[in-house]
Design a protein around this ligand. Structure first.
Ligand code: NAD
Ligand code: IPM
Ligand code: MN
Length: 356
């Protein structure tokens, strides 16, 4: 079993170190190889996703990823951004199915942005399409406007785009996932306005015919954003496009207490996967030793379950996380009265100790 470890930028290095520590404590036989990615690789090797890093990722059974990006690139006039590394990996490995489970652990109901009764027992799964949509659609670029409200002005454009097979395969992933849960899928679109999402809705509805045991409903994304904070437990599996899924998963993270709790798995059709927290490099807290490593540790558990065929080890990690939360240990993002504030490393150590 070979794991490519790509820590990246900002808190990426801090949180991945904790997940690696937990993986090593399992006493399984892994080969782990680390490579630079993101801004760190851009500075050292001239590209956010160097050839050697991509080759390592392709050769691995699974990739453990931290985060990439830094505010300084907003001001620097560079042809690429660190974020190109994660987008490039998703595209190059065909990682089209992104699982982002939003689970509110019993001990964190009071850390949620919502009233405890609205999130107690919350367990929803956002399935985000990850290699299409406006993120990758061509053409895109800048030009001088020839029409519109301001002809002659500089304008920028992106293309929102989905093909029938791209929609169908993610819909099937969602229906299959729902079969193992409470058998409900909500497909989130903007079919009242966008051609792309009219096709989305049609294709999801057609694919649904093969899953009569699963209930399907459709919801516009603006309403879905509202319903998520009104009555999140009404959802089970949410399936949506790349951009809506990006936004809704950050929103859903706050139902669980913190974005520092939301893991993710990005899979291709070969079960090869990239595992990363749903959050970014958090430049505002990088280097301070306070980042919550649990989203990354829980991503490592997803890696063991989905790509490395080690479900017992995955269970051990998830149980250990619940134990440390029950012990009252909290990084600042989930701290509340009566709990004990700890840093990134202490939290990782506590998970390791709770494994035994
Ligand atoms: P962010 O997710 O990095 O941070 C948003 C807020 O959440 C910040 O206040 C941060 O301190 C907090 N936060 C995030 N993770 C946390 C954790 N583990 N523990 C405690 N608090 C945490 O989003 P941003 O600030 O918009 O983006 C920063 C950079 O990260 C940008 O360059 C962005 O493009 C990049 N980014 C990368 C990824 C990725 O690599 N997959 C994902 C999202 C954002
Ligand atoms: C995420 C991030 C990425 C995305 C960025 C960094 C490209 O926000 O993984 O959620 O938009 O997909
Ligand atoms: Mn995001």
């Amino acid at each position: 079993m070979k794991i490519a470890v790509l820590p990246g930028d900002g808190i990426g290095t801090e949180i991945v170190a904790e997940a690696v520590k937990v993986l090593k404590a399992l006493d399984l036989k892994f080969e782990m190889e680390t490579a630079p990615v993101g801004g760190a690789a851009y500075e050292a090797a001239g590209h956010p996703l160097p050839e050697s890093t991509l080759a390592l990722a392709k050769s691995a059974d699974a990739i453990l990823f931290g985060a990439v990006g830094d505010w300084k690139y907003d001001k620097l006039d560079r042809p690429l951004r660190p974020e190109q590394a994660i987008l490039g990996l998703r595209k190059a490995l065909g990682l089209f199915a992104n699982f982002r489970p939003a689970i509110c652990y019993e001990q964190l109901t009071h850390a949620s942005s919502l009233k405890p009764e609205l999130v107690a027992g919350l367990d929803i799964l956002i399935i985000r399409e990850l290699t299409g949509d406006i993120y990758f659609g061509q053409p895109r670029g800048r030009r001088t406007a020839v029409d519109g409200h301001f002809p002659g002005a500089e304008e920028a454009f992106d293309t929102m785009r989905y093909s029938r097979p791209e929609i169908e395969r993610i819909a099937r992933v969602a229906f299959e996932a729902a079969r193992k849960r409470s058998k409900r899928v909500t497909s989130v679109d903007k079919a009242n306005v966008l051609e792309t999402f009219q096709l989305w809705k049609d294709v999801v509805t057609e694919a649904h015919k093969d899953y009569p045991d699963v209930a399907l409903d459709h919801m516009y994304v603006d309403n879905a954003a509202m319903q998520l904070v009104k009555a999140p437990k009404a959802f089970d599996v949410i399936v949506t496009g790349n951009m809506f899924g990006d936004i809704l998963s950050d929103e859903a993270s706050m139902l669980t207490g913190s974005i520092g709790m939301l893991p993710s798995a990005s899979l291709n059709d070969k079960k090869q996967g990239l595992y990363e927290p749903s959050h970014g490099s958090a430049p505002d807290i990088a280097g301070k030793g306070v980042a919550n490593p649990l989203a990354t540790i829980l991503s490592a558990a997803m890696m063991l379950r989905f790509s490395l065929n080690q479900p017992e080890a995955a269970d051990r990690i998830e149980t250990a996380v619940k134990k440390v939360l029950a012990q009252g240990l909290r990084t600042p993002d989930i701290y509340s009265d009566g709990t004990t504030k700890v840093g990134t490393v202490q939290m990782g150590d506590a998970v390791v100790n709770a494994l035994r």
